[in-house]
Design a protein. Structure first.
Lengths: 190, 190, 190, 190
């Protein structure tokens, strides 16, 4: 089974998610700078989610590049990842409209955590399909970044009930950590 | 006529449908756990529809893989399938917002039934184009799962007026039945 | 310049248009059959627009198939077509919510007319690029269906102010006329 | 790393942006011509943004065509461009609904300016990857149009607080300047 349609479908879903995020930015009625102020926290949530979706798309791109073939379970592991990503607009909006209240920030982190787990599962299913000595397995290595991200989310979610700014700081930290592109796969291919 | 654009268009439409489903999840105003409770039934409907659309995409992917060429009638049989799938967000939302009231649950099942019929027609049109001894015809075989699904929907729709929980149980049953990936085609290709 | 990205972009835009059409179907509050009744005219408009967009996609698919290369003007003639198609959700909704009042029906026909003109221009630009003795020019022939469609729209638009049911009848007539797939190109290729 | 998925993803995102723009056109309640009048300024903003997105898609298409390979930084420079383009529906709507008030017009120009800068960065990253004597570098040349566009935006944004019609006139001027397709690359390839 070829991977091309899985790529195309994932690109389509992530493209739509990243774009409908902006529909949550409600246009203010007044044409003044003051009217833009309440939009600001929603906008910042939007930027954060845009970056996270960009990271997932970029990593997905790197990952699937070293994939040679796919199977039924791979398609479903991929759909599972897309499911969690599809919840991003909902939690982004809830967090943005409530000025970083505890529950929305915790739920945002929970969705990020499950997306990270789904990505981890997808990588595992792909490795078990390609073998432990495949280019894919070598390229992914110990997946340190993926594991540390999950740990940070696990800390950040309960922390939201103490201080939601700390949680958001941790989400931004994970984003920055991943913004350094996934050179592991690029390096292995050279 | 090549199949690539039909694949790309179907991927696009299903990707958009699966993603705009989430737009129906209305963000609660209050940043509390209690405010999330009314969203729960809509969320469960969302999960069910996400799984159904995932099943259709996955089966479509398997089906089109053994297709060698397409024709005008194939394009329209495919558009007919996409038409019924495009109604999913509407019925999902109506069902979710009305806590499994009879009519919405029956209409949900009706849309699933027509989507199943449309998939059946698409397969038939493709088989008549490729011949009864083609790889495609062999791979599809007697299409037992497709036929039993239609029978279950036919039972579940009127049952919604007796007890809508039974109908939903039957929808979930069909989803589980299909979540086992369509190995028929994979097996034939080996 | 290759045609692949123009195909992909057109597929994407038409896929989104055809899918966001359904967002106009407002979910009724009551879970009763009676509550669905006011949705019916919007639904019928939806079906009509779905069919028209399906026709455009299918014809675009046939047309681009015989195209060998594209140019800057072709990209813009294509964007011009997509512009008129992108107005479909707006006019569909206006027509559906106003029970076939004169102005919405006339505007609906006007958008169809401009889309037909845009398709005509796209075909002309492509023919002038490929030459009058190309496969493309032979395949399109005199484009009788395209011309008669434009004439019917020109009649149907003012007719909306006399009797909007006649106009809608004419729109349905054009749709039926095109539902017979564009065998000209298929025939030429054999 | 191949460019195909970056193309597909960009096509998807721009296709969704260009299509959800039309969701901002709120359907009037009354089926009269008078009811359409308040939609007119939003419609004109829509046309302007459609043209700008068409220009970006067309130029992106020309640019990526001469690209031979991509890298992590290229993916992010591309996502950065898509980010600014994704803000188009928000600013288009704000400008259209406020009859060209100063702040919305200035913000619209600011988004255009940042999109232009992002495109400029993307081109620079691609040139540094391909080398100063590559086909890409030759094709782009001095990028006069890109630079003059940025200067015009820099003038138009503060001008909105003097007379927003002048600013809009300048935006239209830039659009017209780019509507002449980017023959530089086409010319270089011949």
């Amino acid at each position: 089974m070829t991977k091309s349609r899985m790529e195309a479908f994932s690109d389509g879903v992530i493209a739509v998610i990243i774009t409908i995020l902006v529909l949550e930015l409600k246009v203010p009625r007044e044409p003044t700078l003051a009217a833009l102020v309440p939009v600001a926290p929603v906008f910042l949530s939007y930027v954060l989610s845009f970056v996270f979706l960009g990271i997932y798309w970029s990593n997905h791109h790197h990952l699937i590049q070293v994939v040679e073939h796919v199977s039924g379970p791979v398609l479903w592991a991929n759909l599972h990842l897309l499911f969690w990503l599809s919840l991003t607009p909902f939690v982004t909006n809830w967090m943005g409209e409530n000025h970083l209240a505890a529950w929305p920030v915790a739920l945002y982190g929970t969705v990020l955590l499950f997306a990270a787990i789904a990505y981890f599962i997808l990588a595992k299913v792909l490795i078990s399909l390609h073998g432990a000595d495949s280019v894919l397995a070598t390229a992914l290595g110990s997946d340190f970044k993926g594991k540390i991200s999950m740990v940070i989310y696990l800390v950040a979610v309960p922390l939201a009930f103490v201080n939601s700014w700390f949680s958001c700081g941790l989400y931004v930290l994970v984003a920055i950590m991943w913004l350094v592109p996934d050179r592991r796969i690029e390096r292995t291919l050279i």
